[in-house]
Design a protein around this ligand. Structure first.
Ligand code: F6R
Length: 608
């Protein structure tokens, strides 16, 4: 939800800011802007539309002079996308410019206060109050003004601030929105995320809530709200810059789909050593595992869908009751949860506002928190008791693929770890499961060997108005994800149903020519789903089915079939999801959609 970047050094700031924003555009892309400080003058350019519109307007930054600046790419919350609502926002005398990621919840009260003091507002945003508020409190010391302002504002924020009264300085502060400091040589940066600065530096500081950053070209000071200096460890980013580049693919999404075998390998293989699961990062003891009375799995969107798979798998392997819940519901429903419960939080970004709030709620009630996170050092990772990192690498496409797949692996590893420790998985089963999970990367690669028919099929179906996904058991869990993937990137209306529910309502939607994607990989439920396929066929539906290799009985009923390699039942979601991701991708490409940046969405949802 919005990306911010800031630069201070000896080079022209504007091109560096545009370069950084390009890497943050996944966070929001309805408008963009930059402000550059040159001596005692701020030059600001901002515009509705993609970053490209801004870059063209300022000739890739060449029009703006100054070696200090801030930039923003927006996902609108308060105030529609427009030039005036774009960031940066100026204080009333034009001396302070700031960019903001987050939501100021009490902006109406602050606005009323400032209006009483004679301030006028030009935008409909919540952010504008902050620029005026800092100006209101300013009496020559910027840090004091920022501290007073953050004591007054409620909500979430990462702010980057420049002022004409402080040439040679850049300020920043965060609360509940991500912000990092990039450490350069004679130059420094702030950014919402690492890729924004990765081409310039690999050394960063992660900021905690209410930490205030005071940057000069050759100096970084991080202060608490009592102005005490905070010492931090430098985090060295060791991933390759190319991991955040398209590398010859047309879209990040297809690149990331293709990266799944390696991402699964990286997440699983180092954790299986000498025939044992070694979850180095997890301190949960065997004694604590034996005492567990319940497991909650919490996430949003696709991460929640991973949790739905996790419930099936964990209950099967551990025999502990598992509840899976949407973070946005959990946080407000007064859950019954206590110290013998384990809460598994799933989040790629580690910054999703609802998921973070759910984590805090569960922690407050005494539960132990184990998070499954992709972004190292993110808020969720830092606030958890244990972290199991997914090693998917940076995921840029807004629609998740490789993060989903690696989160599934985390579910398997955790379920096996608990099942082994509470005695529900015996030696023989352990050996079998550990051997089988390690075959998944090769099996995903095998699916890639023959994707032309699927690509061709998608090119005929992109005109569909509605597409229904059906499945039973684990296939139902994957159907949820397949349907979300399709609708979010192709804008085709889609629903996923547990196939047994069909007769209880949804079947009335099926008409001549409706497309139904039927997942039929669960061997014990095969006959049941076959009956459901027959039912929709009898009402005129066309059926695209996914089944396990060798199960050719499906050919008689389905119009088009994709086979996945055979695997142990609990691992089928890792394979079934792949043709669904590819189908969605090719449908969206055929429709001419902006696959990596679907309308109205942003990758990291740091507002409620
Ligand atoms: C869908 C998608 C979203 C995310 C959700 C949670 O393709 O990417 O549904 O899964 O916004 O995000 P994280 O995992 O960052 O908490």
């Amino acid at each position: 939800m919005c990306g911010i970047v800031g630069y201070i050094g000896n080079e022209q700031a504007a091109p560096i800011l545009l370069g950084g924003l390009e890497k943050l555009e996944y966070r929001g892309y309805d408008s963009a802007g930059v402000a550059v400080l040159d001596g005692d003058k701020i030059t600001m350019v901002k515009t509705k539309g993609r970053l490209k519109v801004l870059a063209d307007k300022i000739h890739d930054g060449a029009d703006l002079h100054g070696t200090i600046g801030i930039g923003h790419t927006r996902w609108a919350t308060h105030g529609a996308p427009s030039d005036i609502n774009s960031h940066p926002h100026l204080s009333r005398n034009g001396k302070i410019a700031l960019v903001h990621n987050g939501i100021i919840e009490n902006y109406m009260q602050i606005k009323a206060l400032l209006e009483g003091e004679g301030y006028t507002f030009v935008s409909d945003t919540d952010t504008e109050v902050v620029s005026h508020l800092i100006d209101y409190y300013y009496n020559g010391n910027m840090i004091d003004a920022i501290i007073k302002a953050i004591h007054r504002i409620e909500g979430s924020y990462a702010l980057g601030i420049i002022s004409v009264d402080h040439p040679g300085e850049l300020f920043a502060v965060r609360k509940s929105s991500p912000l990092i400091v990039g450490i350069g040589n004679g130059e420094n940066y702030i950014a919402s995320d690492i890729p924004a600065i990765l081409s310039r530096t690999r050394d960063v500081y992660f900021l905690e809530d209410n930490e205030i950053v005071w940057l000069k070209g050759d100096k970084i000071k991080i202060l608490d709200t009592d102005k005490h200096e905070i010492k931090k460890d430098v985090f060295h980013v060791d991933w390759d810059v190319s991991a955040a580049e398209k590398g010859g693919y047309e879209h990040f999404m297809i690149k990331e789909i293709m990266e799944q075998p390696k991402a699964i390998e990286d997440t699983v293989c180092p954790r299986i050593q000498g025939g044992e699961i070694v979850l180095d990062d997890i301190k949960l003891t065997a004694k604590q595992i034996k005492a567990l009375s319940k497991i909650y799995i919490i996430g949003c969107g696709s991460a929640y869908h991973v949790g739905v798979v996790g419930k099936y798998v964990m209950e099967k392997l551990t025999r502990i009751p598992v509840e899976v819940e949407l973070a946005s519901e959990f946080r407000y429903r007064d859950p019954i949860i206590g110290k013998d419960d384990l809460v598994i939080i799933i989040s790629q970004s580690g910054e999703t506002a609802d998921t973070l709030a759910a984590l805090r709620e569960a922690k407050k009630r005494g539960a132990r928190i184990l998070s499954v996170v992709n972004v190292v050092g993110s808020s969720i990772a830092r606030e958890s008791d244990d972290v199991l990192y997914t090693w998917a690498g940076p995921e840029i496409s807004v629609a998740t693929t490789k993060a989903y797949s690696t989160q599934l692996q985390a579910m398997y590893l955790i379920a096996m770890h608990i099942g082994i420790n509470n005695g529900k998985i015996d030696e023989e089963q352990k050996e079998h499961l550990l051997a089988e999970i390690q075959t998944l990367p090769a099996k995903v690669r095998k699916i890639f060997e023959d994707i032309a028919p699927l690509q061709n099929y998608a090119s005929k179906k992109y005109g569909s108005k509605d597409i229904f996904f059906l499945g039973r058991g684990l296939d139902y869990c994957v159907a949820l994800e397949g349907s979300l993937k399709l609708k979010e990137i192709s804008y085709i209306h889609s629903e996923a149903y547990a196939a047994g529910e069909l007769k209880h309502g949804p079947i009335s939607l099926i008409e001549d020519g409706s497309l139904v994607v039927a997942l039929a990989t669960q061997e014990d439920l095969f006959e049941k789903i076959l009956s459901n396929i027959k039912e929709v066929k009898a009402r005129g539906a066309k059926v695209f089915a996914i089944a396990q290799e060798g199960n050719t009985a499906i050919e008689k009923e389905a119009d088009f079939v994709v086979y996945i390699p055979k695997t142990e039942n609990i691992f089928t979601p890792s394979l079934t999801v792949v043709p669904l991701q590819l189908f969605s991708y090719y449908v969206a490409v055929n429709k001419g959609c902006d696959v990596d940046k679907p309308r109205n969405l942003a990758k990291s949802v740091t507002v409620e």
